[in-house]
Write a protein that binds this ligand. Structure first.
Ligand code: GAR
Length: 188
């Protein structure tokens, strides 16, 4: 039995999509969805999907081992960041394999403050011809860990940031669960 924990700060459409992908897998359990925001919509989604949730404060996350201890107690094999916006502290990096999805083709458009709509805004302002998604291992720096997977989409001249966001979300829904699946179980 493999166990994953998902961390999310916002809407959680990726978290839900991952949960739906693994519905019916007897060898995979989503232990808990963790969030730093008590009013994040992802918590509502988790309740509907019958997944345990845990909300933590900045103090707990950075100045205690409470999140670490909880993850250890539930024997989590993999932590998945799906729209989680805080930097991951060293105690978690040392103890777990952690992956993140970023809504652009890293190393472009990564780093502190580069998340969600801001990324797509920058891509459009720079008249990029393509964007996409990057799944990567998480280290102590924002968006700099080893890249596992990328997928691309075209950006048309008149695309708005919302248009790019839509294309990128489609790629996320299509590929992120498969990348997690392959990491845990290999190709099948
Ligand atoms: C996703 O597009 C994800 O790639 C991005 O936040 C969005 C969350 O959407 N993550 C980052 O920007 C991390 N730097 P969701 O809450 O609907 O899954």
């Amino acid at each position: 039995m493999k166990k994953i924990a998902i961390f999310a700060s916002g809407s959680g459409s990726n978290a839900e999509n991952i949960a739906r992908h693994f519905t019916g897998y007897e060898n995979l359990n989503i232990e808990c969805i963790y969030s730093n925001k008590a009013d994040a919509y992802v918590l509502e989604r988790a309740r509907k999907l019958n997944i345990l949730t845990h909300v933590f404060s900045r103090e707990e996350f950075y100045n205690s081992d409470s999140v670490l201890n909880r993850l250890k107690a539930s024997n989590v094999d993999l932590i998945v960041l799906a729209g989680f916006l805080w930097l991951i502290p060293q105690n978690l990096i040392e103890n777990f394999t952690i992956i993140n999805i970023h809504p652009a083709l890293l190393p472009k458009y990564g780093g502190k403050g580069m998340y969600g709509a801001r990324v797509h805004q920058a891509v459009v302002e720079n008249r990029e011809k393509e964007s996409g998604i990057t799944v990567h291992f998480v280290n102590e720096k924002y968006d700099e860990g080893q890249i596992i997977f990328q997928a691309r989409c075209p950006v048309a001249e008149n695309d708005t940031p919302d248009d790019v966001a839509r294309k990128v979300h489609e790629l996320e829904y299509q590929y992120f669960p498969k990348v997690i699946d392959e990491l845990l179980f290999g190709k099948h």
